[in-house]
Design a protein. Structure first.
Length: 528
């Protein structure tokens, strides 16, 4: 669930809007429409304070403006400009006229777009909540579309609209857990408000990747080991706030709100942007990079289907993979900048359940995905919140890693397959295959060894308030376990850490207590 702040007519309305990210939901909130009396003030609030990305703006009549803000992969705020003297209510007809900019809309939440697989069932459920009957959508589509709108000169209250939004998750899977927001956990948060703590920490990792600096270099030396001291202001923090506003302004002014420029665009891993050309770099061999997103298939390479089929055969074939229902793996865990090794266990069950427990010196670290929801539980030395729910790209990444434990399902899990140009990893030639959990979603890149067909790398992404961050998992040391090849070494790298897991044993089709995939408890005491 994402916390949403609506700023209308000088009033901030704060609430929790449940937005589905999983294409298995029965109901999906796509758009929340609102009309703003002070359009520019609302625009500044959403882009500069909240950091929302304006997808596009247009003016149907050359007078009033409409802007779409992207909240997640497939959910938006549709903001329309209204007049100060607009009537307090409106009819269905005036609503449709407003879409062509012939009528002013009263300020407030105006409508909600909900995508459903069964229109009749959804309408019946909404009527049970006491909402007025919907009208057919005014715009033709291949899909049946209804726009939930007021009828007979009435306007849906904010409470009723909230009920419709929350029905999205409540019907499909029960109320989603609300993650703690950054400003509720950390002090002196001035710009990066209204985002989950996990995403907030991701922005810190983005800053580190962009500038090459660590936590205490941006904050103060005393903040190491003391979460409260991260609130202390420094010149670098004040500069960072101005830079966030500058980058948001550039993207808004020149790229229609799309995130084209980030901190990394100029810094490229250095504390100060380079301003003089580097001749050695200019005349040396170019460094090959996989594009941020593969837009079209590269010619002259096998298709995605051929590469995936070879992978299935390489790890044991579909018949053996179909018989794999679970496994328990045990080995050693090594964290970044820590040369000690600690016990680790991995519990996996089809379809797509996975828990990893590392028993570190400061306490257990647990990552769990139960098929729908995910959490990370860490000691206080790692995070100020002992158990954090996963959202957005972090949740999608947990799902991808869990599903990859059972390769036979890979073709069904991802969509929009693309094959990029061949790439080299550790002197080995690989094919790069990209898929997505849902159409238009975040990319997932899979790197397959051209010779063996085995998966050697996974890269998935999460969006933060300042840019997209990658998580990379490298798979190595494949061994045969009852006819199925499994990687015994997993190296996970992200913008603020790295871990290495080396397995010693893997038991296939093991009986696993369902409690292993439940929300983890806060970490226990450190090892003695």
């Amino acid at each position: 669930m994402r916390r949403l702040t609506l700023f209308l007519a000088g009033v901030a309305i704060v609430g929790n809007l449940a937005i589905a990210q999983d294409n298995r939901n029965d109901l999906r909130v796509m758009v929340v429409g609102l009309a703003a009396r002070n359009y520019q003030e609302s625009m500044d609030f959403y882009t500069k304070v909240m950091g929302f990305k304006a997808g596009f703006s247009f003016s149907p009549d050359g007078k009033r403006m409409n802007t779409y803000f992207q909240l997640s992969r497939d959910s938006f705020i549709e903001m329309s400009e209204t007049a100060a003297n607009a009537a307090p209510g409106f009819t269905q007809e005036s609503f449709l006229e407003m879409q062509s900019a012939t009528e002013a809309m009263p300020a407030g939440i105006t409508h909600v777009h909900i995508q459903v697989p069964d229109v009749a069932a959804a309408v019946a459920r909404l009527r049970q909540l006491g909402l007025p009957a919907p009208a057919r959508g005014a715009f033709p589509s291949r899909r049946r579309r209804r726009r939930w709108m007021p009828g007979s000169r009435t306007i849906l209250s904010a409470a009723a609209i909230a009920a419709a939004c929350l029905l999205n998750v409540a019907t499909a899977r029960g109320q989603a857990e609300r993650p703690p927001m950054a400003e509720e956990v950390f002090k002196n948060v001035q710009i990066l408000k209204g985002i989950p703590v996990k995403e907030f920490m991701g922005t810190m990792g983005f800053f580190s990747a962009a500038t090459g600096m660590n936590c205490t270099q941006c904050h103060i030396e005393e903040s190491g080991g003391n979460w409260a001291r991260y609130a202390d202001d420094t010149d670098l923090k004040r500069t960072a706030r101005r830079m966030i506003a500058m980058v948001n302004s550039i993207n808004q002014s020149w790229f229609r709100g799309q995130r084209v420029v980030t901190c990394y665009s100029c810094h490229r891993g250095g504390a100060k942007p380079m301003v003089i050309p580097d001749l050695a770099e200019q005349y040396s061999e170019p460094v090959l990079r996989v594009p941020d997103e593969i837009q079209r298939d590269f010619q002259g390479v096998p298709s995605a289907t051929q590469i995936l089929d070879k992978y299935v055969q390489a790890v044991g074939g579909m018949q053996r993979l179909s018989s794999l229902t679970s496994f328990v793996a045990k080995g050693d865990f090594e964290g970044y900048d820590d040369f000690n090794k600690y016990p680790v266990e991995i519990y996996a069950k089809a379809p797509g359940l996975r828990t990893t427990i590392a028993h570190g010196v400061y306490g257990d670290s647990t990552a769990t995905y139960d098929g729908r929801n995910g959490w990370v539980a860490s000691p206080e030395s790692v995070t100020p919140v002992p158990v954090l729910p996963l959202t957005g790209g972090d949740l999608e990444g947990a799902r991808v890693e869990a599903e990859l434990a059972f390769p036979g399902r890979l073709k069904q899990i991802l969509t929009e397959w693309r094959v990029g140009a061949p790439f080299t990893i550790a002197d080995g030639e690989v094919y790069v295959v990209q898929g997505k959990l849902a159409p238009g979603g975040l990319p997932v890149k899979l790197f397959f060894d051209q010779e063996s067909g085995l998966l050697v790398r996974l890269v998935h992404y999460a969006d933060t308030a300042v840019g997209r961050i990658p998580t990379q998992v490298d798979y190595a040391d494949y061994r045969d376990v009852a006819g199925i090849k499994m990687p015994f070494k997993l190296t996970t790298t992200w913008t603020d850490g790295r871990s290495i897991i080396e397995l010693r044993s893997v038991e296939l089709n093991a009986s696993i207590d369902a409690a292993k995939f439940a929300k983890p408890a806060p970490p226990g005491p450190p090892l003695k």
